[in-house]
Design a binder for this molecule. Structure first.
Ligand SMILES: O=C(O)COP(=O)(O)O
Ligand SMILES: [Mg+2]
Length: 231
């Protein structure tokens, strides 16, 4: 993957995903889910499997994990599992997570172009805000929206459209940056342009399988110029 070039004059804002794009949160998911399963006297789940289940929000993740470990009646356990998961996640949030290389540089470059930024994640807002603050990334963003900020989550286009509205940016002039098919499908359906990073989760599938405008190894590889010629 090489640098991705964007004509600055065609953009008014950018929307950035959190898990798998800015922060490697697998260690947090592993710790919180492990403690939840222990509370429910269920068998543990391997960290490698968790990475393939992340992306469609916490409710989906918990249902998928209960199913995977062979819980006898996952739906009957859901409310208790969700309560235990929230308790444990909030207690360890950020402790087992790291910011990917190039993220701060990439966000600083977007800001240096004068672009307002929003973080839009499927993670609950109560998890997202403290995580961004703990990792020193909160100051880059004009808005932060979680999976519970809108009536539907990515891959539905609704959260992208709501975030564009908050940014005051037309979808066609907004760049969405993510790591998975959820981000790309939502962005494309909303009419945004989309760039995907190759190091995230994407349900365990290669990110190049997902149609996007560009692919990046690092947010530091974003490049801006004018008139459609690379600087
Ligand atoms: O919590 C999730 O399911 C994934 O969150 P993301 O939208 O930041 O990748
Ligand atoms: Mg993601």
């Amino acid at each position: 993957m090489t640098a991705a070039f964007f004509d600055r004059s065609s953009l008014d804002a950018a929307i950035v995903d959190l898990d798998g794009t800015m922060v490697d949160t697998l260690g947090d998911f592993d710790a919180a889910l492990g403690a939840m399963l222990q509370d429910l006297s269920l068998p543990p789940i391997e960290a490698g499997v968790i990475g393939t289940l992340v992306g469609k929000g916490s409710e989906h993740l918990i249902r998928a994990v209960l199913q995977h470990v062979g819980a006898s009646s996952p739906e009957a356990l859901f409310d208790q599992a969700w309560a235990r998961y929230q308790h444990h996640y909030l207690a360890i949030n950020g402790r087992h997570s790291t910011v990917y290389p190039g993220v701060a540089e990439g966000l600083a470059a977007l800001r240096a172009q004068g672009l307002p930024l929003a973080c839009l994640t499927n993670k609950p807002l109560a998890f997202a805000r403290p995580l961004l603050a703990a990792k020193g990334l909160d100051g880059f963003f004009d808005h932060v929206f979680g999976g519970d900020s809108f009536a539907r989550k990515k891959p539905d286009p609704l959260p992208l459209l709501g975030t564009c509205e908050a940014l005051g940016s037309a979808p066609g002039r907004t760049l969405a940056i993510g790591d998975s098919s959820n981000d790309a499908q939502a962005a494309r359906a909303a009419g945004c342009r989309v760039v995907l990073v190759g190091y995230g989760y994407n349900h365990g599938r290669p990110v190049r399988e997902v149609p996007a405008d560009a692919y990046l190894d690092s947010l530091a590889d974003l490049r801006f110029g004018t008139g459609g010629t690379a600087p």
